[in-house]
Design a protein around this ligand. Structure first.
Ligand SMILES: C[S@@+](CC[C@H](N)C(=O)[O-])C[C@H]1O[C@@H](n2cnc3c(N)ncnc32)[C@H](O)[C@@H]1O
Length: 317
């Protein structure tokens, strides 16, 4: 493991030599009572520093929505208009070898910072998911499930040369073969009206309300991440999102009473995440301080039940 250039202190702040200050990751925002911390920086560097501080592992769970490297200048349909696929510099294709190397590097670091019984969720489309799956196998994770997230209203395929892309995959994997991962089987079954929950989850793209502070080009629905967290973690658990984007994982954690560390490289995306999370903290403040959402049934469960209801009565995304 390369020596970490930064030191993560007990209180979550980062100690760094003055000469390194400009490029160093930094703690951008935190809410102590709820255990939410948002960092600005490169997750590869920050994860090295976290691993140095916590060699036995730090996180109960990781939700990662990494770059899919699909912004190749092709044409897609957005809000009824033909637009170029350009989600940002971070999403430009790099070729198969470089993409796989990147996936190995960030997944290796994620594995190191997971607790022995921790697990990871990773999203992807055909552009990256095979590389991610292979990297998980190479690193000795134990793949538990491949969830298919089906989108009921995908954009049409303008090229008409293949089927309309309407799904994403979410891989769920335990840290290694020895890990005793958590699975809230009974809760998932109850939320699926008494039947075992299957691996195909039908959920719409994020609702308009989830984009009220601005748009992130690859934002995930809160309900998707909430379900992953409710299935595999418990109240108070610490969750990492190394590619935070607009902060969806932090909001899902807030709803489900999990703590969260989020890392985002792009300053504008981080600012959006901060605004969303601060607003959500404010919106839930009364409930939080009165203790109402600490009592069972858990707020997460109620919120998932709400999101299931929402699937049945879809609002226009
Ligand atoms: C697919 S998006 C995540 C979207 C997020 N799940 C949401 O709901 O908004 C990936 C994010 O990772 C960020 N990113 C790319 N490389 C990174 C790195 N090395 N460290 C931290 N963040 C990175 C990008 O700026 C982008 O916002």
């Amino acid at each position: 493991m390369p020596p970490a250039r930064f030191e993560v202190l007990e209180d979550g702040t980062i100690a760094v030599e003055q000469s390194e200050e400009k490029q160093a990751p930094g703690l951008a925002w935190r809410d102590e009572p709820r255990g939410l911390s948002l960092y600005h920086g490169n997750c590869l560097e920050l994860l090295d520093a976290i691993a140095a501080k916590y060699p036995e592992g730090r996180f109960d769970c990781i939700f990662a929505d990494p770059p899919y490297f699909l912004s190749n200048g092709g044409i897609t349909c957005h809000a009824g208009k033909r637009v170029k696929v350009d989600k940002g510099k971070w999403d430009k294709p790099r070729g198969a070898d470089e993409t796989h190397n990147f996936n190995l590097e960030w997944l290796r670091r994620c594995q190191r910072v997971l607790k022995p019984n921790g697990a990871i969720w990773v999203t992807g489309t055909l552009h990256v998911i095979f590389s991610v799956g292979y990297a998980l196998q190479q690193l000795g994770f134990r793949i538990l499930n491949d969830i298919t997230w089906e989108k009921p209203n995908p954009p049409p395929n303008l090229g008409c040369r293949c089927f309309t892309h309407s799904t994403e995959t979410v891989l769920w994997a335990a840290k290694n073969e020895l890990s005793k991962h958590s699975f809230n089987y009974a809760l998932m079954r109850r939320l699926n009206r008494g039947k075992q929950m299957k691996t195909v989850w039908t959920m719409p793209a994020p609702y308009r309300a989830e984009k009220s502070f601005g748009k992130h080009p690859t934002q995930k629905p809160i309900a998707l991440i909430e379900r992953c967290l409710l299935a595999s973690t418990n109240e108070g658990d610490l969750v990492l999102d190394p590619f935070l984007g607009s902060g969806t994982t932090a909001i899902a954690c807030l709803h489900a009473k999990r703590r969260c560390v989020g890392i985002e490289l792009d300053a504008a995306h981080l600012e959006l995440a901060k605004q969303r999370v601060v607003a959500e903290v404010e919106a839930t403040r009364d409930l939080f301080t009165s203790g109402k959402i600490m009592k069972s049934p858990s707020q997460g469960e109620a919120s998932l039940a709400n999101s299931l209801r929402a699937v049945r009565q879809p609002e226009k995304p």
